[in-house]
Design a protein. Structure first.
Length: 317
């Protein structure tokens, strides 16, 4: 069983040091189990938001897994306050504490859910492409049922996070309500179909990104002359340098500035694009010119203190 799962995973060469998020759930437990089986030198990090008293049981479960596998293990804590945008804040927190190169236990089922969530937000191809496979998501080709079966077959105890059943989180409703209904309507398992759709869209998305790479987003004439899909991608790439992906409305406002229909516009994250002759300039917006538009959230508004070791004990299981 392990050999088959490894063949469909994307772990690096034996002996490679890796960091894995270990919540104690089936997906993350299977992740570290397979990473060890692949010969990686694993450091497991368990993260605790401090949102529920039962989280200590998850920590102990994760610690027992690490002890059995004889891998390095540590725990990170943060007091994250419950409230609006909790899922988004937890996601940012997890990324901060684990680091950009850490492995997470996302599966093909998570991929299907991510595509549907992007569809509900009205995302374009970039969003519908969902998660990009690679070294940080080595078990993205596996099913959630397979990670659970692996843990059971190898005798590993797994924890269950009750927040994964909470219907106030949209992902949980997609998982427990929307996907089962889609399976019933289609009379088939939709998760691999949706994962395949994401892969097809990802190929198209990457091709369009390549075509747009030669467009200078600060050149108003070049933007006006380019096909809108390519000009939009050039603008998105430019604005993402500030750390936040712009939404479609923001890109439309910048295109209006490039066309000369507006002198400038707010682009979120306290930044503004203005036109000077044929050039677009991206600069911090003066305090009295920051517009109240929908846009990327400020991490401070999310209640995230970047000076703290922030963590999450959820890995979408």
């Amino acid at each position: 069983m392990i050999a088959d799962l490894l063949q469909r995973s994307t772990f690096p060469a034996s002996g490679t040091p890796v960091t894995c998020g270990l919540s104690g759930g089936a997906d993350s437990t299977a992740l570290v189990l397979l990473a060890v089986a692949a010969g990686c030198e694993v450091t497991a990090i368990h993260v605790d938001h401090g949102l529920r008293s039962s989280a200590v049981d998850d920590q102990r479960c994760a610690e027992r897994t690490a002890e059995r596998l004889d891998i390095e293990f540590r725990v990170e804590h943060i007091d994250l306050v419950d409230g609006p945008n909790l899922e988004a804040r937890a996601r940012v927190a997890r990324q901060l504490v684990l680091g950009p190169d850490a492995m997470t236990g996302h599966t093909a089922d998570d991929q299907a859910e991510t595509l549907l969530l992007a569809l509900l937000r009205g995302s374009g191809a970039s969003g519908l492409a969902a998660m990009t496979p690679g070294p940080t998501r080595p078990i993205l080709g596996l099913r959630r049922s397979e990670t659970s079966a692996l843990c059971a077959a190898e005798g590993f105890e797994v924890a269950h996070d009750p927040s994964n059943d909470d219907p106030r989180f949209r992902r949980n409703r997609v998982r427990h309500e929307l996907l089962p209904l889609m399976n019933e309507l289609a009379v088939r398992d939709m998760a691999p179909i949706l994962a395949r759709t994401a892969a097809l869209l990802r190929d198209d998305d990457q091709f369009l990104d390549q075509l747009s790479a030669g467009i200078d987003p600060s050149d108003a004439l070049a933007l006006a002359a380019a096909p809108r899909p390519l000009a939009s991608r050039a603008i998105r790439r430019w604005l993402e340098s500030g750390g936040y992906p712009p939404d479609a409305a923001t890109i439309s406002r910048v295109l209006a500035v490039a066309a000369g229909d507006a002198a400038g516009c707010d682009v979120g994250a306290r930044r503004r694009v203005s036109r000077h002759q044929q050039r677009l300039v991206l600069a911090p917006a003066p305090a009295n010119q920051v517009e109240n538009r929908s846009g990327p959230p400020d991490p401070v508004a999310y209640g995230i203190d970047h000076g703290l070791p922030i963590s999450s004990d959820r890995d979408h299981e």
